[in-house]
Design a protein around this ligand. Structure first.
Ligand code: ATP
Ligand code: MG
Length: 401
């Protein structure tokens, strides 16, 4: 007997009280997007569980996909069985005969959400256990540390059998925490920040500042490739590419060199906030980590953040670079970020940027020039792309089916 469905457990979202329906709907959407390449599957969702009915589709590949979906605590390949005791015994035996290897031990763990079932929990454990001991030669019981833990779930509509529990990605389903704009450079940090925000349920759109001819098409490609990676999680991500050359040149002419970095960041934040308004986002995400570079001291953040009161989320704020790199490795963005490229900021970076800029000073310097029309023009000329992923992952779960 083969597994015919995958049972999905929600974890954290099941604690969300009256928001639960919304969370389940968002998760169902994530599952549908991730499983779009498998047209025959069917998704059944209830308040505390979701089932993906395989209908003959490849369970191994589906498991690979499910592991990347935020909001799933764990899942198990499972079989649906009719509620009579004979069917249950027969299905349990077939499943264990398929999985059992010589010398292995087992136990039966029954959960009864339908208390009206003819056998109680111990009754099911004993009936199934005895049936397996009688019919699978050599198998032994081990209740502490079994090789096979046969889970029997007795529900109103049917009984479900499963043996493996696979860890999900955790987090919250994307979209359940609203939408935010991710300021995405070609560096290591911002893709990691985007990933971490997505994990907490934020739907992101990416914003990239591009300064041709000082930054090349190759650096744009790099940002597109990073966006593709992040898009693997949710099917597609909108990327806004902002022409930034004119503003950077104006900054170079108008602002004393040691404050040019501070003003550059302020302009980036103002533009991102404009885009956010147009796209109905509620926050901005950056890859800043406290003290990492001159623009990321707490004084710099105080001076830069003055231009908006939109929440600026900084998922990496307390992380060390080595830990950020580890995550970048895990999510496969490190290699792309490490490609040599010119960032618009590194091109124009002053020799000695202020590490402790003052709000009064930066406001004073900016007061001699009206940046607003340039900001509006940059927003007008944004190139907006919808980026889709382009790779299929290899499967590692052949053993399960
Ligand atoms: P990263 O590794 O993400 O590039 P960083 O350590 O190089 O970060 P900065 O260059 O100071 O740090 O950038 C801080 C944050 O500002 C970035 O994480 C990103 O969110 C944003 N940012 C910087 N440059 C750009 C850009 N060209 N386009 C969009 N956002 C940018
Ligand atoms: Mg950078």
């Amino acid at each position: 007997m083969n597994y015919d469905r995958i049972l999905i457990r929600y974890g954290e979202i099941s604690t969300k009280g009256r928001n639960r329906n919304k969370f389940v709907e968002k998760l169902r959407k994530s599952v549908k997007i991730a499983l779009a390449p498998f047209p025959k599957i069917k998704v059944e969702a209830s308040r505390d569980r979701m089932y993906v009915l395989l209908n003959g589709e490849n369970g191994i590949e589906i498991i690979e996909k499910l592991q990347t979906i935020f909001g799933i605590q764990s899942f198990s390949p499972a079989i649906k069985v009719a509620r009579d005791v004979e069917s249950l015994k027969q299905a349990a035996l077939q499943l264990i005969q398929n999985l059992y290897k010589e010398g292995q031990t087992f136990k039966v763990t029954t959960k009864r959400s339908d208390k009206t079932y003819e056998l109680d929990t111990d009754g099911v454990n004993q009936t199934i256990g005895a049936h397996l001991l009688k019919n699978v030669s050599g198998i032994k019981v081990d209740v502490k540390n079994p090789n096979i833990n046969l889970r029997v779930e007795i529900r109103k509509e049917a009984i479900y059998l499963s043996c493996e529990t696979i860890q999900g990605a955790g987090g919250l389903p994307i979209g359940s925490s609203g939408k935010a704009m991710l300021m995405l450079s070609g560096g290591i940090d911002s893709p990691v920040a985007g990933y971490m925000a997505m994990k907490r349920g934020v739907e992101i759109e990416a914003v990239h500042f591009f300064s041709p001819p000082f930054t090349s098409e190759r650096s744009k490609e790099k940002v597109i490739d990073l966006t593709k990676k992040l898009a693997e999680i949710y099917g597609s991500i909108t990327l806004h590419i902002v022409p930034f050359t004119a503003i950077q040149q104006a900054i170079r002419e108008q602002i004393p060199e040691n404050y040019s970095m501070t003003t550059t960041r302020r302009m980036m934040l103002r533009i991102t906030d404009e885009i956010r308004k147009n796209r109905e986002g509620l926050a901005i995400i950056t890859g800043e980590s406290l003290g990492q570079v001159a623009s990321q001291t707490i004084e710099s953040m105080y001076a830069i953040n003055e231009v908006t009161n939109t929440p600026v989320l900084r998922p990496l704020i307390t992380m060390d670079k080595t830990d950020i790199i580890k995550v970048a490795q895990d999510i496969d963005t490190l290699e792309i970020s490490n490609r040599p490229f010119e960032d618009c900021c590194t091109i124009f970076v002053p020799a000695s940027p202020k590490t402790k800029p003052k709000r009064e000073k930066v406001n004073h310097y900016e007061s001699f020039f009206d940046f607003e029309p340039m900001i509006q023009e940059a927003v007008q000329e944004i190139e907006t792309l919808v980026i889709k992923p382009d790779i299929e992952k290899q499967s590692e779960f052949n053993a399960l089916f």
